[in-house]
Design a protein around this ligand. Sequence first.
Ligand SMILES: [Zn+2]
Length: 461
Amino acid sequence: MQLEFFGAAGEVTGSCHVLRVAGKTVLLDCGLIQGGRKDEARNADPFPFDAAAVDAVVLSHAHLDHCGRLPVLVKRGFRGPVIAHEASCELVAILLADAARLEERDAEYLTRKLGKKIKPLFTFEEGEQVLRQLRPARYRQKTEVVPGVSIRFCDAGHILGSCAVEVWVREGDLERKIVFSGDLGQYDTPILRDPEPIDRADVVLMESTYGNRRHRDRDKTIEEIGEIIARAGANKGNILIPAFAIGRSQEILYQLGKHFDEWGLERFRIYLDSPMAIEASKVYWDYDHLYDEEATNLRRENGGMPLLPNLKLSKTTEDSMAINRIRSGAIIIAGSGMCNGGRIVHHLKRGLDQTSTQVIIVGYQAQGSMGRRLVDGHESVRIHGMDVRVRAQIHTVGGLSAHGDQDDLARWYECMENRPPVFLVHGEDDSRIAFADYLANRNGARVTCPAPGDSLDLAKL
Ligand SMILES: [Zn+2]
């Protein structure tokens, strides 16, 4: 009976942990390693276990750094079920299709450039195979994964369908309960419910992305977005919002809907210019039984109709190019979230040299991304081989993170009255070490920061 730490031990991507119980092997997540090219090359490395011998995977949520390596696992012989929340199943389908297309396109490009055949990490068909192995489950429903391992999903409040997972393992007379946090959201975020309390565990495996940080106040951030929109209306420019397709795009639309009158949004044309965000929004729309109280009421007040009468969904490339010709009065939400590619790049290419353009940066911008250069105030950026002067106003608004901060993480842990031992994963070392100290000082909790390859004997807990 043991738990082995592999991915996301000392980093924030590539979530993957291995549970070995009564001769069975179950993975908790199978995520993609993301970051620079060198990090991403590790996705093609052999797994530290036999993929064909894995009996099942339990998936916490649909982000690629938690599910994106599943096609590789399948390609290497995994044939078991992937248990995931029903909303995650739909989002995984959208994400893997998109990721496979990007992989195939990159491989084709490199093949041409290097003059030798480069294979994609996985193909569209390999992504499709994962979908056939998905087994949807709901919150609070106890499910046997393999003999000796049962799970129950609890709402993690991070994205739609995100779960913290209660895992019961049994070997002979010995029983243990592990709680895996997945990614935890902030309390009081729009649309989603708060992370659900879990009352006890024998051991907790917990994320620590922002274990050393306190987020900016969300209400202040929303207020700031309102002010930027008012200014843009007066300047008669466009507003560009780079946003991740799943989660952030829906939150922005929600805020625009909620503040429609207050922010005078009837003066604008609003575009969701991302086929992937459009598809993800439909899943959000279909799963209204997962909303929090405010979102449920807002939807009821509007008779179940979309909240933005002037929202246009831009699916095709032609739709997107048509938006590109609009010089003022448009709010354009497009990917990618860090401006590294996607349709937002075309809008930035046209809009950045206009003083009337407002760019609102709402998400995390990694070192090396174009979004980061904008945040850092570069006077020009290179787009499609051209230097583009930055005359637009760049606004960086914090406070919309999908991850809980130090207080949120501690609050979730402290629901467990027996204060179980904690293993911190899914965080850079400075963040998880700071959080380990914080938790230990507050609660006297035993906190460990495992290294990749470390294992925990569950019988000895
Ligand atoms: Zn996540």
